[in-house]
Design a protein around this ligand. Structure first.
Ligand code: FAD
Length: 453
């Protein structure tokens, strides 16, 4: 038996979950992530059942001198949840969720998805800011930032994090919060998986739902420029209760027709929502108007069908300095030439509570009022890959004159592994100091890496 096989066999004696190697049943399913373009083969997939399993998996990787990656929900487009010939620490079966309805808090384990969290919190008419596609993991999304429908009212997902239970590179298990290891708590709110494995996360909840208001209005592509200008104007006066995004995409009915739409969520009273949404509904006539009262959970899964698991993805994303007429022209022209009916251009508006937090309160630097453009190339066949990569890269290049340096770490693609200095800007040096204190050997490096000093 090789020394690697012996170490795995030794760890397996007490491991509650499974340690899957390439010939084991279930290995291929466990290593799969959302993005079908990612095809990496870890030496071991450590399917953890609890905190002690995570500690042992980190220990195993260190004993074997292997790289390690961490999988929460497996949604990262760059495929950072899985690594070649290393240990993939897979939290997919860690699904515990406990809502404290009277305290308005929830603690959930690192493998929980937003659909699962919302389902439990909505039993009590409570929610926290979370991803708009329900199959996304809470852990990766929160540790990198966390944009969602409630962001203008309640901040980013990480602004609602109260504490986390973290497994460090040396195997210690720490409870981190504003009062315990405050430096680490600051760093994990934006610093992604650079500091340890979050076995569980505790969030603040707010009274939201079960019914809120929102949905989508869709217009012909011929009106895309006019619609985006209207979108910009509407965003300028949006109250905190209203979150807006605009999209250029292709109708899902198989007609191949390109369309332009505005997607909204309003978490205020029905009367306030009706008033805020009325001008958006009046910009017409739309091809489709499905905007009105909707269950919060339904709004959070409304877009799921546009992002099927296993589709091939390549994304580029960056904030705009302004959604100027010239930027709008460029966006519309780029989408007119899109080679895939499942690709999208998405423009997310940032304002309100998330934008008002001072930039040094957490590691996240997404504290702006403005627009984030997400270039989503999504296609189904490996043969066409180069065409779609080129479209995304060329679109990004064409937008360059309109881009600010700000980028959301969770949207970065595989080309961007060394983008941390730019992403974290004024918070970067402090992050490096904290990294040096808690992970001096850069054990957690399979991410947008913050290197120790
Ligand atoms: C279709 C789609 C929709 C999306 N929608 C949104 C959205 O609405 N809002 C938004 O903000 N983002 C969104 N994203 C981006 C999303 O935030 C990132 O993909 C994020 O990484 C997903 O988290 P995950 O746990 O599923 O990721 P994974 O792929 O499992 O992990 C990604 C990385 O996060 C870190 N990580 C994951 N779990 C842990 C853990 N428990 N402890 C420590 N580190 C961990 C690791 O570094 C890991 O490599 C979307 C992505 C996709 C593909």
């Amino acid at each position: 038996m090789s020394s690697r096989a012996a170490a795995i066999a030794e760890a397996a004696k007490s491991f509650a979950g499974r340690l899957l190697q390439p010939t084991d049943p279930g290995y291929d399913e466990a290593r799969r992530v959302h993005n079908g373009l990612v095809d990496k083969r870890p030496a071991v997939v450590a399917c953890c059942r609890g905190v002690a399993d995570i500690v042992d998996a980190v220990g195993l990787a260190r004993t074997l001198g292997l790289e390690m990656s961490v999988r929460g929900g497996g949604h990262n487009v760059a495929g950072r949840a899985v690594c070649n010939d290393g240990v993939m620490i897979d939290l997919a079966t860690m699904k515990g969720i406990h809502v404290n309805a009277s305290a308005h808090t929830v603690r959930a384990q690192g493998g929980v998805l937003w659909s699962e969290l919302n389902r439990e919190t909505q039993l009590h008419g409570l929610a926290t800011t979370g991803g708009v596609v329900s199959s996304t993991g809470i852990a990766g999304l929160t540790l990198g930032g966390g944009l969602g429908w409630l962001m203008p009212k309640y901040g980013l997902a990480l602004d609602n994090l109260i504490s986390a239970e973290l497994v460090l590179a040396d195997g210690r298990v720490l409870h981190v919060s504003a009062d315990e290891h405050a430096d680490l708590f600051w760093a994990i709110r934006g610093g992604g998986g650079n500091f340890g494995v979050a076995a569980s996360l505790e969030y603040r909840l707010h009274p939201v739902g079960p019914m809120i208001s929102g949905g989508v209005v869709v217009h012909p592509f011929a009106r895309a420029k006019e619609l985006l200008r209207f979108f910009k104007e509407t965003c300028a006066t949006a109250p905190d209760e209203l979150m807006l995004a605009a999209g250029l995409q292709t109708a899902a009915d198989g007609s191949g027709a390109k369309i332009a739409g505005i997607v909204t969520a309003h978490c205020g009273s029905p009367a306030q929502a009706e008033q805020a949404l009325a001008p958006i509904k009046a910009f017409g006539p739309p091809i489709m108007d499905v905007m009105g009262p909707i269950p919060y959970s339904a709004l959070n899964s409304m877009l799921d069908g546009a992002f099927p698991r296993g589709a091939l993805n390549y994304w580029k994303a960056q904030f705009l300095t302004d959604l100027s007429d010239a930027a709008i022209e460029t966006l519309v022209e780029a989408y007119a030439n899109v080679p895939s009916p499942t690709s999208h251009l998405l423009i997310e508006h940032f304002h309100g509570a998330a934008a008002r937090v001072p930039i040094d309160t957490t590691a996240s630097t997404m504290r702006v009022t403005g627009f984030n453009v997400v270039i989503i190339a999504q296609w189904m066949s490996q043969e066409d890959t180069e065409t779609h990569l080129s479209w995304a890269r060329n679109t990004h290049k064409a937008l360059t004159p309109f881009l600010s340096p700000l980028r959301y770490v969770n949207y970065l693609d595989k080309d961007d592994d060394h983008a941390a200095a730019g992403v974290y800007g004024p918070n970067y040096q402090r992050l490096r100091q904290i990294k040096t204190k808690y992970d001096p050997q850069n054990v957690f490096r399979h991410n947008v890496n913050i290197p120790p000093l």
